[in-house]
Every structure is written in structure tokens, then in C-alpha cells.
Design a protein around this ligand. Structure first.
Ligand SMILES: O=C(O)C1=C[C@@H](OP(=O)(O)O)[C@@H](O)[C@H](O)C1
Ligand SMILES: C=C(OP(=O)(O)O)C(=O)O
Length: 408
């Protein structure tokens, strides 16, 4: 299935209620499971990645398939390794290409029994849940912060607590801070000094929790606004002082002509006249936004040089390759100046064929390319339902603010 998206007057106006953050939803679900809490999680995300977490945690079987959900795979590996039983944890074909050895090695060094069922270093995993007695672990921080979050979440429940030593460069650090902030809300004390995190054995507070709206999902509405001739859009559900590193998009979108306002009636975005000549930015703290900014910058004819993209090749798809290939279909010639970088210097090539954007089972490919409808409504987006991974009602909300979606 493919979607063509268009809007008669191209003016973006209305109110959007952002979905709940899947990152927060999945952390809180693990915390509740670790503390045997049945207190409600209000505004829990209904996306695939959060639903699959819920299914595993409330399942009667011992074989679990988490599909494309990276956080579920990583957080559950740590969780299940301390729950007595024999577990099999698998995922989609792509999940079997996403590395997990840094986490598995760390857990095994603490006394866990996690082994590989197919390729060494990758899911599927066999996990023999046991009592983890180790109290100190060292791991590399340069591949995925999700391994560190997975260890942090179980840390207060281990017999001796846990000291985590991070080696080398730390990627996606904002997500480690999100984890620690949420743990703090649940009453956990910790110390993060230099490259070491100390968590003593403690009990999570049993309490109801409300999940905040998703800043990563908000980025697509900012993108529509950046490409629209005129508009004013209220965004509901987002917190100004959020734990989500992606809330940093406010400053970056200011460089692309979108202003954020916090008023009594809520938060809203609108155009400003200030647009930078070239966007140079390091995405190491906000990896999920690289696609949004690449598409918007290119379509606004703003050359860019992005850094800090080292983790993009092991996400839902190789996002560097996907951006180069799909923006090439629109004529933009992107290049990789170095590993972990992506740039567009303004070079264009001629394009004649009909344009169908491939999404590679990656929700963010579909959502980051959707705003091109403001300028190129003839372009089609393939396999649009991939958005369910994090933002199930994305297309419905587009319709609510006046977009027409044609299916083919
Ligand atoms: O902890 C989290 O919730 C996430 C961490 C990031 O992954 P990496 O740490 O692998 O970069 C991010 O890309 C992902 O969407 C969600
Ligand atoms: C990378 C992502 O998700 P995950 O790693 O949790 O699959 C994402 O949502 O962009």
C-alpha cells in the first residue's frame, strides 16, 4: 500500500494531541514489573513497541517476539535474565541484525546466563533467568545507550546494587539521563560521576504514573510547519521541561523558521522569518531526529552537515543509506563526509521517474518524508502503516488538520 498526501490551501492550523512517549512507556512498564506494581500507568503509549512490552510482561509463555522494538529487546534481556525461568527472546529479521553483545557480555559478567540461538552477538537469545550476584560492570558506551538503560533499570533490584563503568564515547546520553530521571521519580537514588554510575540496592516506589507526550513525534509537525507557507498549530501533551532529549528540537527548528510559544492556551508553533544559511548540527543526543532535519533542510534548500550519526546504521534500518537513497529520488545528492556524518552541499541531479519513497520498516522514514507533501504532493510513501511502531494515529491526525490521503 502507498499513500499520497495533499492539502488544498497548505495552511497548517489546528490542535494535535501528541502520542505518549514510547521510551518513557517502556521504562515505566519494566519498573512496574520489577516492583510487582499494578498501579496504573496513565497515558501509556498504544504503539507497537509499547504493546509488545505489555504482552511479554503479562504473557504465560516463555517465547517472546518483540518485532522491531529495540527498547523492548534490550530492556527485556536484562529483566528476564534475573527472572527465574528459561526464556527465548527474538524479533524481526532486522532485529536479528541489531547488535546486542555489549549488553549480553555485561549481564553474563554479573552472573546471568544469556546465550545466542543463531548468530553470535545478535538476537534471538536464550536466557536462563537467575539470581544476579555481580555488583560491578564495565561496558562500552559507543553503540547504544539502551544497553546502559537496561542495566540501570534492574540495578536497584540486584542483591548488591550496581556500579556501572562506561568506557569510551557515550552515545545517546540524553536517554541515559531520561532513565535516571524516571528512576528518581520512582524514589531511586543514584550517583552519576564522570563515567561511573552508582545505584545501591533500593525498592522502587509503587505509584501511579502519567507518561508525557512524545517529543520525537512532535518533530514531524514542526517539519510540516517549516515547509508550510503559513500556519499556527497547538501541540498538546508535551512538557516544556521534559526528560526527553528530543525536546532540544525547539532550538534547532528555530534555525529552520519555526518558533515555539508556551501560552496559557497551551504550546503552539508558528513560522518565523529567521532561517539559517547552512545547518551544522551534532545529533549524538537526538539521533531519532536526524531524518526529520535532513528532509526539512533539503526541501528548504538549506545545505547541511550533520555529525554524531554513528548509531544510525543499526537502527530500524541503516538510516544513513536510506536517507541518501530516498532523497536522491527527489534529486538531492547527499554524501557521507566521514563515518557518522551526513551532508548536503546543495548539489542536485535531474529526476524524471515517478517518486515512491521506500520506508524500510522504519516508522521515521514514513513520518519524516510525509511533510514533503507541502511542496511535492505527487510523491507517494510506501508501506505507510510502519508508523505504528511509535505513532499509530499519525495519519488520522493529518486528516484531522485537513490533509487528504489517497491510498493506492
Ligand atoms: O532508550 C531509548 O528509549 C532510546 C534510545 C535511543 O537508542 P540508542 O541508544 O540505541 O541510540 C533512541 O534512538 C531510541 O529510539 C530510543
Ligand atoms: C531507534 C528507534 O527505536 P528502537 O531502537 O527502540 O527500535 C526509534 O524509534 O527511532
Amino acid at each position: 500500500m502507498q499513500y499520497s498526501i495533499s492539502k488544498k490551501n497548505n495552511i497548517i492550523e489546528g490542535r494535535i494531541n501528541l502520542p505518549a512517549s514510547k521510551s518513557i512507556s517502556n521504562r515505566v512498564q519494566i519498573i512496574n514489573a520489577l516492583s510487582y506494581s499494578f498501579e496504573p500507568i496513565k497515558n501509556l503509549s498504544t504503539c507497537d513497541d509499547s504493546k509488545v512490552m505489555q504482552e511479554v510482561l503479562f504473557s504465560n509463555t516463555n517465547v517472546f517476539d518483540v518485532g522491531h522494538a529495540g527498547t523492548s529487546m534490550r530492556f527485556l534481556t536484562a529483566y528476564l535474565s534475573k527472572i527465574l525461568g528459561e526464556w527465548t527472546l527474538t524479533g524481526s529479521d532486522r532485529m536479528k541484525e541489531r547488535p546486542i553483545s555489549v549488553l549480553v557480555d555485561a549481564l553474563n559478567s554479573l552472573g546471568a546466563q544469556v546465550s545466542y540461538l543463531e548468530k553470535e552477538g545478535y538476537p534471538p537469545l536464550k536466557i536462563l533467568g537467575s539470581n544476579l550476584t555481580g555488583e560491578e560492570v564495565s561496558l562500552k558506551g559507543d553503540t547504544s545507550s539502551q544497553y546502559i538503560t537496561a542495566l540501570l533499570l534492574i540495578a536497584p533490584t540486584l542483591v548488591n546494587g550496581l556500579k556501572i563503568k562506561l568506557e569510551g564515547k557515550i552515545v545517546s546520553r540524553s536517554y541515559i539521563e531520561m532513565t535516571l530521571n524516571i528512576m528518581k521519580e520512582f524514589g531511586i537514588e543514584y550517583e552519576f560521576k564522570g563515567n561511573e554510575i552508582f545505584v545501591d540496592k533500593q525498592a522502587y516506589k509503587v505509584m501511579p504514573y502519567t507518561v508525557e507526550g512524545d517529543w520525537s513525534g512532535a518533530s514531524y509537525w514542526y517539519a510540516f510547519m517549516a515547509l508550510a507557507p503559513k500556519g499556527k498549530l497547538f501541540l498538546d501533551g508535551l512538557k516544556k521541561n521534559s526528560f526527553q532529549g528530543d525536546s532540544g528540537l525547539i532550538e534547532v527548528f528555530e534555525k529552520l523558521g519555526v518558533k515555539t510559544n508556551f501560552s496559557k492556551r497551551g504550546m503552539y508553533i508558528e513560522q518565523s522569518n529567521e532561517v539559517c544559511k547552512k545547518l551544522i548540527f551534532d545529533f549524538i543526543e537526538m539521533p531519532d531526529l536526524a531524518q526529520t532535519f535532513a528532509v526539512v533542510s533539503a526541501l528548504k534548500n538549506i545545505p547541511f552537515h550533520f555529525k554524531g550519526l554513528e548509531t544510525l546504521k543499526i537502527k530500524e534500518t541503516n538510516r544513513i543509506a536510506a536517507l541518501i537513497d530516498e532523497l536522491a529520488k527527489l534529486g538531492y545528492v547527499l554524501h557521507e563526509p566521514k563515518e557518522g556524518e551526513l551532508a548536503w552541499d546543495g548539489e542536485m541531479k535531474e529526476v524524471t521517474e515517478e517518486i515512491i519513497i521506500k520506508t524500510y520498516h522504519d516508522h521515521r522514514m514514513a513520518m519524516s518524508f510525509a511533510p514533503i507533501a507541502m511542496l511535492r504532493p505527487e510523491i507517494k510513501i510506501d508501506d505507510p502503516m510502519v508508523v505504528n511502531k511509535s505513532y499509530p494515529n499519525f495519519w488520522e491526525q493529518l486528516k484531522e488538520v485537513g490533509f487528504h490521503i489517497e491510498e493506492s
